[in-house]
Design a protein around this ligand. Structure first.
Ligand code: C2O
Ligand code: CU
Ligand code: CU
Length: 530
C-alpha cells in the first residue's frame, strides 16, 4: 500500500465529523445508546397494480402497470427516537415490494414527487453534479434485471421532481430477488442513503415446485447501516473540505432492518425463508446466529444454488443477496439473535406452537450449468486502482478508477450480443470492491493472488499462489462479485438479452458516485457480407 492509500483507507486523511466535535446534537448516536429489540420488524407492503396497459412491443396484449411515486416519508426507526425523514416510494421506505412472475412482463411508472431541495450534502465537484444540474434528480434502476437499455435506469437519464419515467420490465429470467434503487449520476449514494430502495421478487414454476416456506414464513431482510442524530434525523458525513465534501466510504453506527433499528420478530418453531439484501452504501456484513445454528443458503443474487450450502457466517457485500432457510424448529420459547460480527442486528422470538406444518429441505435445488471457459471469445484485463501516490493534498478526493478510465472517457468494453467473455478484475487497491454489471448474470471462475509491486513497477501479472475457486455459496448465478485486494477475480459472462448501452461499476456507492463506474455497450453482431 502506498502512503496515500494508507491515509486514504485508514481514515486519517479526512476528519469525517470535523467541526462537529463539540456539539452533542450533531454527534450520531452509537449503537449502545439505544435499547435493543423494543420495536417489531416490519415488512414493506406489496405493490398493487394501478391497472393494465398495452405491451410496448405488442399493443394487442395488456400487461400489469404499476405507478410508484418517489416522495418524502416519515417514520419512527426506534421507540426512543423522534420520527425520521426519509425519501421512499408511495408511503414507505423501503418502498413497496413488486411481485413478478417469470415470463410475465410489467410496466412501472416511476414518478418524482420529491422536494426540490436535497437534505444531504451534495458534492458539486463530482462529474455530473456541476452548475445547471438540479440538486434533486432521480432515475430508478432494477438491479439484476434483464431489461432493455431504455428501461435500465442509465445514470444520466435522471429526471427532476415533476418528472417521470415509464419502464418496461420483461421478467425474462429465473426466480430470484432483485431490488430497485436510485441510480442518478454522482448522487446515488445520497439518494439511496435517503431511502430510495425497494424489493422486486421474481417467481417461477420451478421454484413453486420446491414448496419453500412462503407467505408469512418468507421474510425479507433489507440491511442498511445508517447514522442518526439525537433528534432522529439521518446524518451523512462530509470530508471537511467544503469544496469537496465527498467521503470515500460510509459506515453507519447502527443498522436498519426493513427501516427499523434492532427489531424483533415473533416466529413459530419451524422453517423460515429469509431473503437478505445488503442495501448499504459501503458496509460488508458477516452474519451469524447467536445459538450457533447454521444458516442454510439456497440462493444468491440471480437465483437458486445447485444445492443448499451450510454457513456459520454469511458474508454479504453491498448489493449482494442471500436466500436463506433457517430452521427454528426445536427452539421453542428461545430468543435467537442475528449478529453482524459481534454486534446485534435483530432478534427472532420463537413461540411454542407450530400453526402450520414445517417444510422439508430439498437436497438439490436448481442446476447451474457451468459456462465452459473455451466458449469465451475474449478475455479482458481490467484494473481497479486507487489514487496515485502523490503528496499533493488536493488529490485527496481523487477517485478510484476502473481500468484507469473516467466515466466520460469513450466506451472500452463492448462485448458482442450472445457471446461469452471472461473479465479479469485486477484489484490494485487495499479495499474489496463489489463489482456489478447491469443486464447480465455471470459465474465466478476463481480468485488468484498476485504480486502488486511487480504490477505497479513492471505492469506484469505475476501470480503468487494458485487460483482459489469461488465459495460454495458463490457457485450459482451472480450479478455482483467481491473483487478482493491483491487478487485477480475472474468472472465469465454471456451477454444475452439486449444490445445497447449499460453500465458496470463498483457497488460501494461512494466509489460509484466518484468515477468507479463505466458505460459499456452490448453490440449487435456484424452481419456477414457475401
Ligand atoms: Cu445496484 Cu448499477 O446497480
Ligand atoms: Cu444493477
Ligand atoms: Cu469500490
Amino acid at each position: 500500500m502506498t502512503r496515500r492509500e494508507f491515509l486514504f483507507y485508514s481514515g486519517f486523511a479526512a476528519p469525517l465529523f470535523a467541526k462537529r466535535d463539540n456539539d452533542p446534537s450533531a454527534i450520531p448516536l452509537g449503537s449502545n445508546q439505544l435499547a435493543k429489540f423494543v420495536d417489531q420488524l416490519s415488512t414493506p407492503p406489496i405493490a398493487k397494480t394501478a391497472g393494465y396497459r398495452a405491451h410496448p412491443h405488442d399493443a394487442s396484449k395488456k400487461i400489469s402497470y404499476y405507478r410508484l411515486r418517489m416522495q418524502e416519508v416519515t417514520h419512527k426507526v426506534h421507540r426512543d427516537l423522534p420520527p425520521t425523514r426519509f425519501w421512499g416510494f408511495e408511503s414507505s421506505s423501503p418502498g413497496p415490494t413488486i411481485e413478478a412472475r417469470s415470463g410475465e412482463p410489467l410496466l412501472v411508472e416511476w414518478q418524482n414527487h420529491l422536494p426540490h431541495e436535497h437534505f444531504l450534502p451534495i458534492d458539486h465537484s463530482l462529474h455530473g453534479a456541476g452548475p445547471g444540474v438540479p440538486d434533486v434528480r432521480n432515475v430508478i434502476h432494477l438491479h439484476g434485471g434483464r431489461v432493455p437499455p431504455e428501461s435500465d435506469g442509465y445514470p444520466e437519464r435522471w429526471f427532476p421532481p415533476g418528472g417521470a419515467s415509464l419502464n418496461f420490465y420483461p421478467n425474462i429470467q429465473e426466480a430470484t430477488m432483485l431490488w430497485y434503487h436510485d441510480h442518478a449520476m454522482s448522487i446515488t449514494r445520497l439518494n439511496i442513503f435517503a431511502g430510495l430502495v425497494g424489493l422486486y421478487v421474481i417467481r417461477d414454476r420451478f421454484e413453486d415446485a420446491l414448496q419453500l416456506p412462503k407467505g408469512e414464513f418468507e421474510l425479507p431482510i433489507i440491511l442498511c447501516d445508517r447514522s442518526f442524530l439525537p433528534d432522529g434525523q439521518l446524518s451523512y458525513p462530509v470530508s471537511g473540505d467544503p469544496h469537496h465534501p465527498w467521503v470515500p466510504e460510509f459506515f453507519g453506527e447502527v443498522i436498519l432492518v426493513n427501516g427499523t433499528l434492532f427489531p424483533y420478530v415473533e416466529l413459530q418453531p419451524r422453517q423460515y425463508r429469509l431473503r437478505v439484501l445488503n442495501a448499504s452504501n459501503s458496509r460488508f456484513y458477516y452474519l451469524s446466529l447467536s445459538n450457533g445454528e447454521p444458516l442454510r443458503q439456497i440462493g444468491s443474487d440471480q437465483g437458486l444454488l445447485p444445492k443448499p450450502v451450510e454457513l456459520r457466517t454469511l458474508t454479504l457485500a453491498p448489493a449482494e443477496r442471500a436466500d436463506l432457510i433457517v430452521d427454528f424448529g426445536g427452539h421453542h420459547g428461545q430468543k435467537v439473535v442475528l449478529n453482524n460480527d459481534t454486534l446485534a442486528v435483530m432478534q427472532f422470538r420463537i413461540g411454542n406452537k407450530v400453526h402450520s406444518s414445517a417444510g422439508i429441505m430439498p437436497s438439490s435445488l436448481r442446476s447451474v450449468p457451468k459456462i465452459p471457459e473455451q466458449e469465451a471469445v475474449k478475455t479482458r484485463l481490467l484494473t481497479l486502482t486507487g489514487p496515485p501516490d502523490d503528496d499533493d493534498p488536493t488529490v485527496m478526493g481523487f477517485p478510484m478508477l476502473l481500468n484507469n478510465a473516467f466515466w466520460s472517457n469513450p466506451v472500452t468494453e463492448n462485448p458482442t450480443l450472445d457471446t461469452v467473455e471472461i473479465w479479469s478484475l485486477i484489484n490494485l487497491t487495499a479495499d474489496s470492491h463489489p463489482i456489478h454489471l447491469h443486464l447480465v448474470r455471470f459465474q465466478i471462475l476463481d480468485r488468484r493472488p498476485f504480486d502488486m509491486f511487480q504490477y505497479f513497477n513492471k505492469r506484469e501479472l505475476r501470480y503468487t499462489s494458485p487460483a482459489v475457486p469461488p465459495d460454495a455459496n458463490e457457485s450459482g448465478w451472480k450479478d455482483t462479485v467481491r473483487a478482493d485486494p491483491g487478487m485477480v477475480t475472474r468472472i465469465i459472462i454471456r451477454f444475452e438479452g439486449f444490445a445497447g448501452r449499460y453500465v458496470w461499476h463498483c457497488h460501494v456507492l461512494e466509489h460509484e458516485d466518484n468515477e468507479m463506474m463505466r458505460p459499456y455497450d452490448v453490440v449487435k453482431p456484424r452481419p456477414l457480407i457475401g
